[in-house]
Design a protein around this ligand. Structure first.
Ligand code: ADP
Length: 430
């Protein structure tokens, strides 16, 4: 991937940041942070066509690669990087989950290794820290609120159970040949120059990646400054808060304005996180209309999507209807032991995606989807390729607008949002 300065000038575009997100809600979360800090950001669903030009300071390419087979994830990420570099991106930001969601096979390690090699990146820092959302990294260990990652509800995730909080060890185990070091909090506290020195020392030792500690927004700003000229960074959405200011940009309202909302309101939820379980319970307790999808009944051949849509049609209006597969960890384990985790996940995702498609066809114009994988399935099914990022509902979750579909859409990562998120979200749009 050669120098693209000439290409950038010739095309008259000036993209600063090219981002590759390993899931859809993560992409939105990152774009949201960039918009809040004053960058004009466009999120694309998958890699855009070769000749498509996008006028934005940052383009976030959303992939569905977090739990894809390793080779597929690597191939898609390299294609995204190629498009972004060809269209002028000076820095590639590989966006991973703030809880480092991955399996023993990857995909964070293999994708980061492939990007690093393709971009000739030297040493890249890796940090999922996002203190505003309670994700901090200390001595290489990831904390979720007060808990170590491995003690948090993430240990029960249906697809990517996280049972080790030591990210140096987690990332090292996923890498084929790269060595992983640590930029610890004492170095970060001494500022960007100290971080650069440490990065250089680790590079000389033969390291390719360094987990970087960050326990505050200031730490993230230090890391962003230290890596301003790095061609590759690997991070959660947190690091993004420090990047726009490095390019002379400041927060501004126009960056998040969307067209007025129209149509009925609906929620589709496939996340089984602790936060989403609480949000579903609060929605039902407040009298919200809700239809439960049962994975075992799908597996037995029932068309649960058709049943949900038949139920929803007469209820569509300004009050949101909820269709959910969200279940407690014990129920999910039981379903998985009967169907297998992958098959259960795929069946539920397919059903919820068909529900989302049917709801939009029936007049839903404001749709909230809970769950990263679930969002990916829904967005793909709806044929959405570009999203403009709007106002934030809760940290990490903005309303977006898909112009071609005339649809307002919010994609909520499982762990995000307060307990009354489902009720509050639609009020914000009005
Ligand atoms: P999160 O953002 O919380 O990780 P995801 O949508 O990414 O949510 O992942 C949740 C996964 O669990 C999806 O693959 C979904 O289809 C699956 N799932 C949802 N409900 C159930 C259920 N009741 N039993 C088994 N798997 C389920």
């Amino acid at each position: 991937m050669a120098d693209t300065e000439a290409v950038r000038k010739e095309r008259g575009v000036d993209m600063i940041l090219g981002c590759i997100a390993d899931d859809f809600t993560g992409a939105t979360d990152l774009a949201n942070n960039l918009v809040r800090a004053g960058m004009r950001a466009v999120q694309t669903i998958g890699v855009p066509a070769a000749d498509e030009a996008i006028d934005a300071d940052a383009v976030v390419v959303a992939l569905k690669s977090r739990t894809a087979p390793v080779d597929d994830a690597v191939r898609a990420s390299l294609a995204a990087a190629r498009w972004l570099r060809t269209h002028g991106a000076r820095q590639i930001y590989f966006k991973v989950c703030s809880t480092f969601d991955s399996t023993a096979q990857g995909n964070i390690g293999p994708v980061a290794e492939a990007l690093g090699a393709a971009l000739d990146a030297g040493l890249a820092i890796v940090t999922p820290a996002f203190p505003e959302n309670g994700r901090t990294v200390f001595k290489g260990h990831l904390f979720v609120g007060e808990l170590l990652l491995s003690d948090s509800p993430m240990r029960d995730h249906p697809l990517t159970p996280m049972t080790d909080a030591n990210l140096v060890r987690v990332l090292q185990a996923q890498c084929r040949s790269a060595q992983v070091g640590l930029v610890d909090h004492r170095v970060v506290a001494r500022g960007a120059a100290a971080v650069r020195e440490r990065i250089e020392a680790l590079r000389r030792e033969g390291k390719t990646f360094a987990i970087a500690d960050a326990v505050s927004d200031d730490d993230l700003r230090t890391l962003a400054l230290a890596t301003r000229d790095a061609v590759l960074v690997v991070a959660g959405s947190g690091l993004a808060i420090g990047i726009p200011a490095l390019h002379g940009m400041a927060p501004r309202d126009e960056a998040s304005q969307l067209p007025p909302p129209q149509g009925a309101c609906a929620i589709v939820s496939g996340s089984c996180s602790a936060a989403t379980n609480a949000q579903v319970a609060a929605f039902i307790a407040a009298g919200g209309a809700a239809f439960a999808i049962d994975a075992l009944r799908i597996a037995a051949g029932e068309d649960q999507a058709a049943q949900a849509l038949a139920w929803a049609r007469s209820r569509l209006g300004a009050s949101p209807v909820l269709v959910y597969a969200t279940a407690a960890p014990a129920t999910v384990r039981d379903v998985q032991s009967r169907l297998g985790a992958q098959r259960a996940g795929a069946l539920v995702e397919d059903t919820l995606a068909r529900v989302a498609e049917g709801l939009v066809a029936a007049g839903v114009g404001q749709l909230l989807v809970a769950g990263g994988e679930t969002s990916g399935a829904c967005v793909q099914r709806l044929g959405i390729t570009q999203l403009r990022i709007g106002p934030q509902i809760d940290p990490g979750v903005p309303w977006c607008h898909a112009a071609a579909q005339r649809l307002h859409l919010a994609l909520k990562s499982g762990n995000f949002g307060g307990h009354d998120f489902f009720q509050r979200a639609f009020t914000l749009l009005r």
